[in-house]
Design a protein around this ligand. Structure first.
Ligand code: GLN
Length: 312
């Protein structure tokens, strides 16, 4: 394995951004949220934030995109900071679903208890908890990402949020089914509104690599110099990302890449090499599971380059 502590060869990154262009054309952008269908598909960027907060990047790493399901990690982290953890894991589980992210099937069988916080059902329960616990939750969320990524200009993309809210029957069905089992306490429409706004945060690869750098550093953010989670909690989040972060592709991703990761239908994937760095790769075209083709390819290349992952 290469010793790269503190840096990755700039040549490797430049080459990666160049080679990523050959993947352009494979897969297609999410179009079930109309505003996402308008994104220019042939883009690729990647940013790595090392333990000391230093960032390396290539390609379109500064182009903002819709973070979509990557927001599910942020909501979970805020819930772990503010809610009683025992209570939290009574309301959802920590098991891979083996199902698409917007599936309803297990919910009925399992009486409204979602499999994990990274499928839509689980994220909706987490949002319900946050709405109940935190005053002005949309403001709180935005401040959290701004402060811990060091970028004060991050904001919700109102167009994307409204576009999704108008086309969110599936999430409404999930939320109502959960509510029928008593596992959503608040108003379903409010939960959906907050959830769609979280998904519509616009951030770039550098912002996301910096924001999630605490997951590579036992819960301590080198960007804000704050302990965001305990080391145990950070390990717990990484474990859920490794087993559940890419929906029904989580298993093959863990086998082939082996880094805890979370994807979103905006084309971003955030991944963690604990003890070393957090990386965000982005390219809008998706495979059949809703994971970015280019970003997954780039993370595979990165692990090849390093010659190891947390799994060996
Ligand atoms: N906002 C999207 C949805 O609820 C998020 C899905 C995703 O990124 N996988 O359908």
């Amino acid at each position: 394995p290469r010793s790269h502590i503190g840096y990755i060869e700039e040549d490797f990154l430049a080459q990666l951004a160049e080679e990523a262009r050959t993947k352009f054309g494979v897969g297609k952008v999410a179009d079930y949220i109309p505003a996402l269908a308008e994104v220019e598909p042939d883009q690729f960027g990647m940013a790595i934030c090392h333990r000391d907060g230093r960032v390396q990047s290539c390609g379109d790493a500064l182009v903002p995109f819709s973070i979509q399901s990557i927001s599910k990690v942020i909501s979970l982290v805020i819930a772990m900071r503010h809610a009683d953890e025992f209570g939290l894991w009574q309301r959802l589980r920590q098991e891979p679903s083996g199902m698409p992210f917007s599936s309803l099937i297990q919910l009925e069988r399992e009486e409204g208890i979602p499999r994990n916080p990274f499928v839509n059902a689980g994220a909706l329960v987490i949002v319900d908890i946050l709405v109940e616990k935190i005053f002005l939750i949309l403001h709180h969320m935005r401040e959290f990402v701004r402060e811990h990524s060091g970028n004060r200009s991050i904001n919700y993309d109102a167009r994307v949020a409204e576009s999704e809210l108008r086309n969110t029957s599936r999430n409404a069905a999930i939320a109502h089914l959960i509510k029928s089992f008593g596992n959503i306490h608040g108003d379903v429409n409010r939960v959906l509104e907050v959830y769609c706004h979280f998904c519509a945060l616009g951030m770039n690869c550098v912002d996301l690599a910096r924001l999630f750098s605490f997951l590579a550093s036992a819960g301590h953010s080198p960007i804000s110099s704050q302990q965001l989670l305990s080391a145990d909690q950070a390990r717990e989040v990484n474990g859920m990302m490794l087993t559940c972060g890419l929906y029904d592709a989580s298993g093959s991703y863990a086998a082939q890449v082996g880094l805890p990761a979370k994807s979103g239908v905006g084309g971003g994937i955030v991944a963690v090499l604990p003890g070393e760095f957090t990386v965000c790769a982005w390219s809008p075209r998706l495979d059949a599971n809703g994971n970015s083709v280019g970003a997954r390819w780039a993370l595979e290349k990165l692990v090849d380059y390093l010659g190891r992952s947390p799994l060996g």
